[in-house]
Write a protein of this length. Structure first.
Length: 374
């Protein structure tokens, strides 16, 4: 049932090219760039009139929501708030009929996320869902669900469900942009074409980085703490990298926005601290290059204090290899699609470290696959 893999988690990490392909299939036209989501029970008029989106989710799904904020704001020019579902209803939120709620949940049964959806509905918002389980509770109360076709996930630490969520969010952001008229047909076609290349790029990442992550695990599996840094859409991926490591290896890890380090956490850096920096860029996108350059100077602040940097960078970036101890290269892609690729080495790093530490990666202590209590 593990198809020759030692753990479900490793099998599921390797299923990500298929999960992303199946979440895209039938929803995009590679001829016109058009997005089809017939499951939406919200009219184009309502999408046009929307004033904002509230995303509520937990854990890994919350991280995909944070990345989704960048996709939706950039493509559909609609402000997005991202809440922890467990916090949402306790802050007396102020949504209304022009606000759309979006629940992101792998299981569709998470109690906190159900409660956030009920609060949204009670306050007059319509809700949509991104869910990996057809017919789950949250999908039944939603006015449209984008099903992530990741297939059942057995490992408690979410991997393929996460990349499938990122894919669904990207498709939804494009759909919203087309409904609202904030994107040209040429841009749509460009993005859809790039999305269709992601599964093959994921295959390449899986082929090229596994041995390197296994090797890195040898040097870093005894670390007491880890930091993960990223800027912009890469910040939620830093959070996800830290969560993966925490939950399966029990090493304390934190994700931080790269630019926040100088406001406090720099005090933590010494020669024992591994710092994973996501420093990817889309060379064709000036705003991405600008963020990358800022991140490079943040990396220099870490290396100047003897922190041990593992950088995630795009192929052909040799500037960064001069600066840091280790670089993991991934294929280039438009900025909004890079998260799907860059999370894979973080998953593999957590996996190999946990295995070296003798942890039960598929069944971490104190955790359950589906959290049905608030
Ligand atoms: C971490 C993980 C959890 C879930 C969270 C929400 O690897 O899987 O953080 O993401 O419990 O679960 P769902 O997505 O089922 O609502």
């Amino acid at each position: 049932e593990k198809a020759g893999y030692k753990h479900f988690m490793l099998k599921e990490i390797n299923e990500q090219p298929r999960a992303v392909r199946d979440t895209t299939l039938g929803r995009v036209s590679l001829e016109t760039g058009e997005i089809f989501l017939p499951e939406m029970q919200i009219s184009q008029q309502e999408f046009k009139a929307a004033t904002g989106i509230t995303i509520a989710a937990c854990g890994t799904s919350w991280h995909s929501g944070l990345a989704g904020k960048f996709m939706i704001e950039r493509l559909a020019r609609l402000p997005v708030d991202v809440d922890y579902a467990s916090e949402y209803r306790y802050r007396d939120p102020i949504p209304d009929a022009t606000n759309l709620g979006l629940l992101i949940t792998q299981s569709g049964e998470t109690a906190d996320t159900i409660a956030a959806q009920q609060e949204l509905i009670r306050k007059g918002s319509k809700t949509l869902a991104i869910c990996n389980v057809v017919g789950a509770a949250i999908t039944r109360a939603a006015q449209g669900t984008i099903t992530t076709n990741a297939g059942p996930e057995i490992g408690v630490a979410s991997t393929k469900a996460f990349t499938a969520q990122l894919t669904a969010l990207f498709v939804f952001a494009l759909y919203l942009a087309q409904q609202r008229g904030t994107i040209t047909p040429e841009e749509s076609l460009h993005y859809v074409t790039e999305l269709s290349k992601i599964p093959a790029k994921l295959e390449e990442v899986l082929r090229t980085v596994d041995a390197q992550c296994c090797e890195l695990a040898k040097s870093f599996s005894t670390a007491r703490d880890f930091l993960f840094l990223g800027r912009g859409i890469h910040y939620p991926i830093a959070l996800e990298g830290a969560l993966k490591l925490k939950e399966i290896s029990y090493i304390h890890a934190e994700g931080y926005p790269a630019g926040e380090m100088k406001h406090g956490p720099n005090a933590l850096i010494d020669e024992t601290l591994p710092v994973v920096c996501i420093a990817t860029k889309d060379p064709a996108d000036p705003s991405s290059v600008l963020k990358y350059e800022k991140t490079l100077s943040n990396i220099q602040e870490v290396t100047a204090r003897s922190g041990r940097v593992i950088a995630i960078a795009v192929e052909g970036d040799h500037e960064i290899t001069q600066l840091v101890e280790h670089t993991i290269h991934i294929p280039a892609a438009p900025e909004l699609l890079l998260p799907i690729l860059e999370v894979v080495p973080l998953q593999l790093l957590a996996y190999h470290i946990a295995v070296r530490r003798g942890c039960d990666v598929d069944q971490p202590r104190n955790l359950a696959k589906s959290v049905t209590v608030e």
